[in-house]
Design a protein around this ligand. Structure first.
Ligand code: F6R
Length: 261
């Protein structure tokens, strides 16, 4: 795993955006795997800024989002369709037909999950998958003890995740218990996985993901098996790591072509 530690969440986001922008410039018809949640909001703003400044063109880019709540229609303010439209898609020039988000209202959810996997394959696979991490170590909505080889499917949210995200919903009754999420196996097939982690509430999960054993108790630890996984953490999220000096040393000694900035 490549571990990059920055002082602030702002620096984490800007670096994450640089990595995405670099891919879009090098491969204009790339396939991006996108995440929602609080963490990538600033990264999306930075990508929008680059687009508005004429420094980035998304016209050939195809996207696949990690997940969506079961039962929330695309117009629902807490749906990830709504999130993506408001926070990213409507501000850039990705053709709408090339944006994919699981449909949590599909009449046949199981068929839809299988079709989502097929669509990713038909697009040529995901070049770069953007990820956040839950305080319990989930990526996508793959909760602890789920299979580390899982595929896109209907998943049940843990009580911990429901609690972490409760404030985003007006009442507990309105918070869905089920989601469609890419599986860990799906995520591991992306060419490059980039995890952003910010804030002290993520520090235990970050420690387990990077320095713990590969275990379904921390689904993000499966990224240790990925040939190209990059974790960008702010100092609060990295606070529990035992080997921060080692990660800084490695970063300082990168060859020019290995550097992102
Ligand atoms: C979002 C997703 C989740 C979030 C994670 C962290 O699409 O798949 O894994 O990345 O729950 O959420 P935030 O960023 O809100 O702390």
């Amino acid at each position: 795993m490549e571990v990059i530690i920055r002082d602030s969440a702002e620096e984490v986001s800007v670096l994450g955006a640089k990595i995405v922008a670099r891919l879009v410039r090098r491969k204009p018809r790339c396939v991006l795997g996108l995440a929602t949640g609080r963490t990538p909001l600033r990264l999306y703003l930075e990508l929008i800024r680059l687009y508005a400044a004429g420094e980035l063109d998304f016209s050939g880019v195809e996207t696949f989002n990690l997940d969506e709540y079961v039962g929330l229609p695309p117009g629902h303010p807490q749906s990830y369709h709504f999130y993506m439209r408001e926070n990213f898609f409507r501000h850039v020039n990705i053709p709408a037909r090339l944006t994919h988000i699981p449909d949590g209202c599909s009449a046949d959810l199981r068929r839809h999950c299988l079709d989502y996997e097929t669509a990713i394959k038909e697009a040529g696979g995901i070049d770069l998958q953007l990820l956040g991490i839950g305080s319990n170590g989930h990526i996508g909505f793959n909760e602890p003890t789920g299979s580390l080889n899982s595929r896109t499917w209907i998943k049940i949210l843990s009580e911990k995740t429901l609690k972490d995200n409760a404030a985003l919903f007006p009442t507990p009754e309105e918070q869905p218990r089920h989601v469609i999420s890419m599986g860990i196996g799906t995520i591991l097939e992306a060419g490059h996985c980039v995890v952003l982690a910010c804030g002290a509430q993520k520090s235990s999960a970050v420690k387990a993901m990077i320095e713990g054993p590969v275990s379904s108790m921390c689904p993000a630890s499966a990224l240790q098996l990925h040939p190209r996984a990059t974790v960008i953490a702010d100092s609060a999220a990295a606070a529990r790591l035992d080997h921060s000096e080692h990660y800084r040393w490695i970063e300082q000694h990168k060859l020019d072509w290995q550097k992102y900035e």
